[in-house]
Write a protein that binds this ligand. Structure first.
Ligand SMILES: *Cc1c(COP(=O)(O)O)cnc(C)c1O
Length: 377
């Protein structure tokens, strides 16, 4: 389908193409100097001591759980409003995810009260997710974690370049995880990165990323090592050099991209403020430091959402919505044990509007006027 206004876009130019072709010419294709340079640049950009590039965001989350030693018998508190990989990563280790609700339709991130109510003697870790690129209530959640000796993992898949109090999201907890999947703001098709300020975790993450081996092929090629030992049950979660080159080029362009998306979100909010029957989550101040992964609006009920979706579709305007995890078949039972009514209510009533760098101010105005028309305004 060719959309008049697409939900999102991938914005890359000659820099990315040149960077990838330089790698191909170099004939060193995986985990080499380009990946190391990207890791250093990413760590610096978000303000972390270490960055470990990986195959995808799900692998980042899995490695984070493994590096923290999570396993069978451990409970990990997870948001009900997230992508399913946040929860699957916990399950891969044998640990049990326990769902917590969102704060409200105005703040779609983890509710500290809901987290507090979910803590038991078996709770070992808390998984934060910065929904849409908007920061969780990090100070209160970190205080809760500290009081109960919980490790903190941040799923920052929506949040590269986003900050809170001047500090990068993903760098507040023990480990932060990012995804470079196609629809993310920093993309390589598939890819991801884990960041941490802890030297012990960084060492474990690097080892587990590459089969639990003590040396890299690169070290052996350079003559720094000639053999290796295997000291842990590791994985092959490495990132390759062409993707690292693309990631680096996108990282260099990220601020500019976020500024463009911020302009679109600001115009949406100005125009939508005059439309009755639309709730805008988060506030104008949080827009300034968001990672702008999505622009969700909340409508009166599921029927209204459907009629708005259909009207926008008829005008070539693409929209989507994200289910709550506790509504998915595989987690329905866990959701009955730990109900998350606010997340499920939001999931039924929201619509994510187009948020793409190719959008013009007129595109925003058109989407808003069609939305208002669908609401009878
Ligand atoms: C995209 C995403 C992931 C998974 O990342 P992949 O790179 O697709 O594996 C995890 N969590 C959230 C919140 C995401 O949006």
């Amino acid at each position: 389908m060719s959309w008049q206004i697409p939900l999102s876009d991938i914005n890359f130019g000659v820099e990315e193409q040149a960077a990838v072709s330089r790698v191909l010419t170099s004939r060193w294709l995986t985990m080499g100097e380009v990946t190391q340079a990207f890791e250093a640049a990413f760590a610096q950009a978000v303000g972390a001591r270490h960055a470990v590039a990986v195959t995808n965001g799900t692998a980042a989350l899995h490695l984070a759980c493994l590096a923290l030693g999570l396993g069978p018998g451990d409970e990990v508190i997870v948001p009900s409003l997230t992508f399913v990989a946040t929860v699957a990563a916990v399950r891969y280790t044998g640990a049990t995810p326990v769902f917590a609700d969102i704060t409200s339709e105005h703040d779609l991130t983890l509710s500290p009260a809901s987290v507090a109510a979910a803590i038991t003697a078996r709770t070992r870790a808390l998984m934060l997710m910065h929904y849409g690129g908007y920061a969780c209530d990090v100070p209160r959640l970190l205080a809760l974690a500290a009081a109960h000796h919980l490790a903190v993992i941040e799923d920052a898949a929506h949040a590269p370049g986003a900050t809170l109090a001047g500090r990068g999201l993903g760098t507040w907890g023990d480990v932060g995880c990012f995804s470079f999947f196609s629809n993310k703001n920093l993309t390589t098709g598939e890819g991801g990165v884990v960041v941490t300020n802890r030297d012990d975790l960084a060492e474990r993450l690097r080892c587990l990323r590459s089969h639990g081996m003590t040396t890299l092929t690169l070290d052996r090629h350079r003559g720094h090592a000639w053999s290796y030992d295997v000291v842990d049950l590791g994985y092959n979660y490495r990132l390759d050099e062409p993707r690292a080159a693309m990631a680096r080029a996108h990282l260099d362009a990220l601020d500019e991209k976020l500024a463009a998306l911020r302009g679109i979100v600001t115009r949406y909010r100005e125009r939508l403020a005059a439309v009755d029957g639309v709730t805008l989550p988060f506030d104008d101040e949080s827009v300034l430091r968001s990672g702008h992964f999505a622009f969700p609006v909340v409508l009166a009920d599921a029927e209204t959402r459907e009629s708005v979706r259909a009207t926008l579709l008829a005008n070539g305007i693409q929209t989507t919505f994200y289910p709550a995890i506790t509504e998915l078949s595989i987690y329905a039972e866990a959701g009955r044990e730990h109900p998350c009514p606010r997340a499920e209510d939001f999931a039924e009533r929201h619509l994510a509007l187009p948020l793409a760098t190719v959008m013009t101010p007129e595109d925003v105005d058109l989407a808003v006027s069609e939305l208002a028309a669908a609401l009878g305004g």
